[in-house]
Write a protein that binds this ligand. Structure first.
Ligand code: C5P
Length: 238
């Protein structure tokens, strides 16, 4: 049975500022998405990478993959995505061939995840976990707030969860294929959809196993993250 990686890359990345969609921005001269694809293909476990492109950008993303050197033992597919991250993941999973039994879902916005983290997630699923997340402890204390009722009003803190029990979760998140498909078929999520695939599996009542994440698997979200990503890459190349 094969392991495939699905990379949702259909987001506009508005928090990074105006300009090119986030996944297509350059990092060390190469699009962020290409780094993410290479990070998945670097794992010997992964034999197929599915990139979920912006709904109107599949041809452009295909050209991009063709224009960059990628490991030859891996297959690559591009499919158009949807309105929400959740929909994009579902569309990616739908295209997987029958013989794929393990699925890694990886944000295009995490270009620098080390191969050891990818292997650890895939390995834990192959060892029998229905769902696996890489996670790190938090540096900051986290508060739950009540949203301001009227514009100009301040938010108020309603709770402070115990920090030692909190984890920041990263990707790739790994799944037994049938479990991920069931989560997407049965779990209804409102609004912007799920921000995390494991959350949908939790709602099914399945166990989600945690493996150690990695600092370099951070998500490139805001402008400062790009500065950090460039520095990490420069250090790797040194
Ligand atoms: O917005 P956020 O940073 O949480 O997005 C995480 C990932 O989901 C990104 O890689 C983004 O491209 C992807 N996404 C998507 N389809 C959407 C929205 C986000 O594939 N409609």
């Amino acid at each position: 049975p094969r392991t495939a990686a699905v990379i949702p890359a259909a987001g506009r990345g508005v928090r990074l500022g105006p300009g090119t969609p986030k996944a297509l921005r350059a990092l060390g001269g190469t699009p962020i998405l290409i780094h993410a694809v290479r990070a998945m293909a670097a794992s010997r476990a992964v034999s197929l990478v599915v990139v979920v492109a912006p709904p109107d950008g599949a041809a452009e993303v295909k050209h991009l993959l063709d224009a960059h050197a990628l490991p030859e033992r891996t297959d690559y597919l591009v499919v158009p995505g949807g309105e929400t991250r959740q929909e994009s993941v579902r569309l990616g999973v739908e295209t997987l061939p029958e013989d794929v039994a393990v699925v890694l879902v990886h944000d295009a916005a995490r270009p620098l995840v080390p191969v050891d983290t990818v292997d650890a997630v895939a390995g834990a699923v192959r060892d029998g976990a229905p769902a696996v997340v890489p996670a790190l402890p938090l540096a900051d204390t986290v508060k739950e707030v009540e949203p301001a009722g009227t514009p100009g009003e301040s938010e108020r803190v309603v709770a402070t969860p115990v920090r030692a029990r909190l984890r920041a979760v990263q990707t790739p998140q790994g799944f037994e294929r049938a479990t991920l498909e069931r989560a997407h078929a049965e779990v209804a999520v409102d609004g912007e959809g799920a921000t995390d695939d494991a959350g949908m599996v939790e709602r099914l009542g399945f166990p989600v196993v945690v493996v150690p994440g990695h600092e370099e698997a951070f998500k490139v979200t805001r402008p400062l993250d790009l500065v950090l990503a460039e520095a990490v890459l420069a250090r790797r190349r040194a």
